[in-house]
Design a protein around this ligand. Structure first.
Ligand code: AMP
Length: 223
């Protein structure tokens, strides 16, 4: 089972991703998390990616595309949930090319729909758990509001992501996401086109619903 998960920063993508991962026992491949890990360890890739990430820019395609395709290869057996990639039309085309060349099927493309203004207001409240960055914690969303500054799921230490607190960076990330011509919405349209040809299934979720409703809708759609 191979799944692509799309949603703007702030849409609850991490939460729904964790659900998909658990349900189908998938490798959860998050391009942003891989980059953050490289930055943390200080690898050459991390050094190259850091400045782009801090500004909210995309890391260039010639660094990102090979990195993600290599990671996918190493998780081929188990099936994967790809999150944060593709982020633009070129990445979408390269991913599909690579999948076809390796006879990989694409089972589902899941898109969480959320207006840009709502996504922006949610981002400032997001907190990252040191144990698992998919543990949902947001000081601006009642259902997942952490208590005493600790992770709601495991009690781990919480921190803010620097690029979440920088309004310019948030705006840039959303400029890329909501760009229907070359950005992430263009990548989604590319896969919707494939779905129309019967090559995968496309599922749209209303990200304005509360987390549990979105979860239930997703599970019903997958059944
Ligand atoms: P995220 O955690 O998905 O918000 O990603 C954090 C940052 O990593 C982004 O703002 C980009 O700088 C970089 N990044 C993650 N995924 C990609 C991608 N598919 N293409 C280019 N840059 C990416």
């Amino acid at each position: 089972m191979n799944i692509l998960l799309f949603g703007p920063n702030g849409s609850g993508k991490g939460t729904q991703g964790a659900l998909l991962k658990q349900k189908f026992n998938l490798a959860h491949i998050e391009s942003g998390a891989i980059f953050r890990e490289h930055c943390g360890i200080g690898t050459e890739l991390g050094k190259q990616a850091k400045a782009y990430m801090e500004r909210g820019d995309l890391v260039p395609d010639d660094i990102t595309i090979p990195m993600v395709l290599e990671t996918l290869k190493s998780h081929g057996e188990k099936g994967w949930l790809l999150d944060g990639f593709p982020r633009n039309l070129l990445q979408a085309e390269k991913l599909w090319e690579a999948m076809q060349a390796s006879d990989l099927t694409l089972d589902y493309v899941v898109e969480i729909l959320l207006p840009r203004a709502t996504a922006k207001s949610r981002i400032a409240g997001r907190r990252i758990c040191s144990v698992d960055n998919n543990h949902p914690n947001n000081v601006h969303i009642a259902a997942i509001k952490p208590e005493d500054g600790k992770c709601r799921v495991c009690g781990g230490t919480l921190s803010e992501r620097a690029d979440d607190q920088d309004e310019n960076a948030v705006n840039k990330r959303h400029d890329i996401y909501y760009d229907e011509k070359n950005g992430t919405l263009a990548a989604i349209r590319f896969f919707q086109g494939l779905a129309a040809q019967g090559k995968c299934r496309y599922i749209a979720l209303d990200g304005q619903e509360d987390i549990n409703t979105v979860k239930d809708t997703l599970l019903a759609e997958l059944a």
